[in-house]
Design a protein around this ligand. Structure first.
Ligand SMILES: [Zn+2]
Ligand SMILES: [Zn+2]
Length: 371
């Protein structure tokens, strides 16, 4: 079938809108009519060559949301007409996948940024020549996308699906870091302190989740005053512009000696260090910010030895089919107002959306597809 998609023609080139051909779904895939797709910094990293295994030309996009158009012969739990969000890929067979820890799939890199299906095939083409796709096994900067059915999450029918794409990656990352990792099922972190370092989309999702969990105080740290103002509206009890040692002293003062929890989303080594230095004894710092390969950070060994934990987390430890419907319920009941983070753009304006995301002028771009 013919589709309209945004392609990156070569490394570090702007997006271009093109007409492409898309193959029919395999037996375990679904074809989704994409209504909208969130844009993550990961899409920009892909454009700019951060992923050594990523081939060009490539169609990016990994926060697709829409309506199932058709399903492969082996798909029994989704049907045409279902509203869905497409989440991250996993193999289902490696050690983490077998243990149910699918966001740590050891085959994730190939599935996310190899540009092909797991079987090596390339379902998109132009004039008969392959165009790489399958970015996060979806490539949702397009009017239609193919995805493995197991990565696709059915949404409640009364939800405004065109707003919900960012739940597939960025927002479940921040929210899951709090609601799955800091507060595992059956526990409560009500009344405990948290600092959120970097209040872009991931950080603000974590902040809204911290409010749902009843954390207090909730401290937002960022370099952009406009984001801090929004953080305050969304539940931050304190907001701080990051200024090194002065910020550390302020956090310790607000929390009476340091935070119980830190959510590091900035991927900046000095900020990560600040997040760990501002932990109280037995405090936990969760790292979700994605740094470029080779980035290093230093900590003081005696400080970590004081019962402090630093943990890396991917996709908020989420099992999307369980967790995303919970976040949709929070959204529908006004506890998780993700629409406050979103700025909508037409697909044709994708380069403007990317520039606004890079500058911080827009927190979470969502691209509407032309149909
Ligand atoms: Zn993402
Ligand atoms: Zn796996």
């Amino acid at each position: 079938m013919k589709i309209t998609a945004a392609i990156v023609p070569a490394r570090s080139q702007p997006f271009e809108i093109q007409q492409l051909d898309l193959a029919a779904p395999l037996t375990d895939e679904v074809l989704v009519r994409i209504l909208a797709s969130g844009m993550c910094h990961t899409d920009l990293h892909a454009r700019d060559g951060y992923f050594p295994n990523l081939p060009y030309p490539i169609v990016c996009g990994h926060e697709g949301v829409g309506v199932v158009e058709a399903v492969g012969a082996a798909v029994t739990d989704l049907a045409a007409g279902d509203p869905v969000v497409i989440s991250f890929p996993y193999c289902g067979q490696c050690e983490p996948c077998s243990a149910g820890r699918i966001s740590y799939c050891t085959n994730a890199r190939a599935l996310k940024s190899g540009g092909r299906r797991a079987d090596g095939s390339t379902p998109m083409s132009r004039d008969g020549a392959p165009v790489y796709s399958c970015f996060f096994q979806q490539s949702s900067f397009a009017t239609f996308a193919l995805a493995p059915a197991k990565d696709v999450v059915k949404l409640r029918r009364d939800a405004p699906v065109e707003w919900l794409g960012p739940l597939g990656c960025g927002l479940q990352t921040g929210a899951g870091a709090v609601l799955n990792v800091m507060q595992p099922p059956g526990t409560s972190i009500q009344g405990q302190s948290i600092a959120v370092y970097g209040v872009g989309g991931v950080g603000l999702a974590g902040l809204m989740a911290a409010r749902i969990a009843g954390c207090d105080p909730i401290i937002a740290i960022d370099r952009l005053p406009a984001r801090l103002a929004l953080a305050r509206e969304l539940g931050a009890t304190h907001v701080l512009e990051s200024k090194g040692g002065e910020t550390l002293a302020e956090i310790r003062k607000i929390t009476g000696g340091g935070t119980h929890f830190a959510l590091e989303t900035s991927a900046v080594p000095q900020i990560f260090r600040l997040a760990v230095d501002a932990l109280r004894a037995l405090g936990v710092c969760v790292l979700v910010g994605s740094a470029r390969a080779g980035t290093e950070v230093t900590f003081e060994m005696p400080w970590l030895q004081g019962g402090r934990t630093v943990r890396g987390v991917i996709q908020g430890d989420s099992r999307p089919r369980d967790f995303i419907p919970q976040l949709v319920d929070h959204f529908m009941e006004d506890r998780f107002p993700l629409d406050r983070l979103v700025t909508r753009y037409a697909l044709a304006d994708i380069n403007r959306a990317a520039a606004d995301a890079a500058s911080g002028a827009t927190i979470k771009p969502v691209l509407s597809m032309p149909h």
